[in-house]
Design a protein around this ligand. Structure first.
Ligand code: LLP
Length: 432
């Protein structure tokens, strides 16, 4: 999916830009996103639904994977909507020019302020629980606010425990035994326009079956709501399609996944004898994950005799929290000597004051020297979006590359940015 090649200087090139040159120009570490491959993934989702589903459909980008103006605008230009999970993500999507008609507001504990922001812009709010639904009904007096219900479908899938969400003891969504009562409540609450049902079962999923099962569970509830005369017309199956981080990962293609989901929904609707709802899915990782890389500069090296060699880079857990959080595995390469033979297994460590700050435990690389450009592949999703300033490291810049052009879409932070929100109490200022 990445528009990558090796150029005549034996350097990695992405989107027509030499990665080594990008680092020279924009600094290190550097997030690099490939516009073309994001567009391709957006189109594969849209066309997958268009080709295999006879009803209306909409693909919305789960922007938690990577939310910033440039990426929101880019996926918006491909006709996608946006899933936001906080007031901050909503604000960014709106500022990027995304129509509220195509924005869906998620979250299991939206504040009254956030609910108000959602109501004011006119996006669809995905109600997660009773407190939220009742607060929403009260704040939305005199409006016609579009609401979806998030339900916990009770579907298990094989992925990391932290990113599983469909099982019954998940913190997200209404429990199946609350659904009927919620339907009754919505029937009596005319200022809430109940548009449909949503569920999300987890992330980095390689099987198709869980989403097919989900389709039939959701259609059953949809029918139940229709029988009560509720105006439901949308069905959102969430996101979750996995990507290939290493050779061992073997996810279905976007085409295969969309086809499986579309067919399952059609079949379930046929069995339930109901009209096809507008089918929505909300992928995050599979739109931006493999389309982004992080380039680092190699620094110090330490060999622990008979144990391992550490290669330290100029970033780490602050720009990619996934290895330390989920023990996620990544692939790396040397962008400035692509044909050198990878014959050494080393540990790629970050520069944070923490032993666990390791990006790759076992990386197969050519021999490295300080100054080499080490690229960690497939960092586009949940890299920048989970980044921190731990140890007051500056968050890297992000570059969008396309046909030889490189645009900064996120500036590198500065020391001034780090203290911009800091305030010195007056009595301490005196001591300065
Ligand atoms: N919809 C909802 C309601 C979600 O909660 C999520 C992800 C998605 C869609 C998008 O899922 P995706 O297509 O990206 O799998 N930080 C973790 C992933 C957490 C996912 C949270 N929700 C990681 O780095 O693996």
């Amino acid at each position: 999916p990445l528009t990558a090649k090796v150029n005549s200087q034996d350097h990695l090139e992405i989107g027509g830009c030499d990665v080594t040159e990008l680092v020279k120009k924009f600094g290190s570490p550097l997030y690099i996103m490939d516009e073309h491959s994001i567009r391709v993934a957006c189109r594969q989702y849209r066309e997958g639904f268009a080709n295999h589903y006879s009803g209306d459909s909409l693909v919305i980008y789960a922007s938690k994977a990577l939310n910033c103006l440039g990426i929101c605008a880019l996926v918006g230009s491909e006709g996608l909507g946006i899933d936001v999970a906080s007031g901050g993500e909503l604000y960014t999507a709106l500022q990027a020019g995304i129509s509220p008609e195509k924005i869906y507001f998620h979250g299991n504990n939206k504040s009254p302020q956030e609910l108000r922001e959602g109501i004011d812009c006119g996006c669809t709010i995905v109600a997660d629980n009773w407190l939220e639904l009742k607060t929403l009904a009260a704040i939305a007096q005199g409006t016609s606010t579009k609401v979806m219900l998030r339900v916990t479908p009770g579907i298990e899938c094989h992925t990391h425990e932290y990113i599983r969400t469909g099982h019954l003891d998940s913190k997200f969504g209404f429990d199946p035994n609350q659904v009927e009562e919620v339907f009754n409540f919505l029937q009596q609450t005319p200022n809430l326009d109940f548009v449909g049902l949503h569920a999300h079962i987890g992330s980095q999923i390689f099987e198709r079956q869980p989403h097919q099962d989900l389709a039939s569970v959701l259609v059953d509830w949809l029918k139940q709501a229709m029988n009560l005369g509720l105006p439901v017309r949308e069905l959102n199956v969430g996101g979750g399609l996995g990507i290939r981080y290493t050779e061992a990962d073997d996810p279905p293609s976007i085409e295969e996944w969309t086809q499986a989901v579309a067919k399952a929904v059609e079949e379930a609707c046929e069995n339930a004898n109901i009209d096809l709802p507008k089918l929505i899915c909300e992928p995050g990782r599979s739109l931006v994950g493999t389309t982004g890389i992080t380039a680092y500069t190699v620094g110090s090296e330490k060999t622990v005799p008979e144990t391992r060699t550490y290669i330290a880079v100029d970033g780490g857990m602050s720009d990619n929290a996934r290895p330390i959080t989920y023990e996620s595995v990544y692939r790396s390469l040397l962008a400035n000597q692509m044909s050198a033979s990878a014959n050494k297994t080393v540990t790629v460590a970050g520069k944070h004051c923490e032993s666990g700050d390791v990006l790759i435990k076992e990386a197969l690389l050519p021999p490295t020297t300080a100054g080499d450009i080490l690229v960690v592949m497939s960092t586009g999703a949940y890299g920048y979006s989970m980044a921190s300033n731990y140890n007051r490291l500056l968050r890297p810049a992000m570059i969008l590359v396309h046909e030889g052009n490189a645009d900064v879409i996120i500036d590198r932070e500065t020391y001034q940015d780090l203290i911009a929100q800091d305030r010195l109490p007056t009595r301490l200022k005196a001591n300065k």
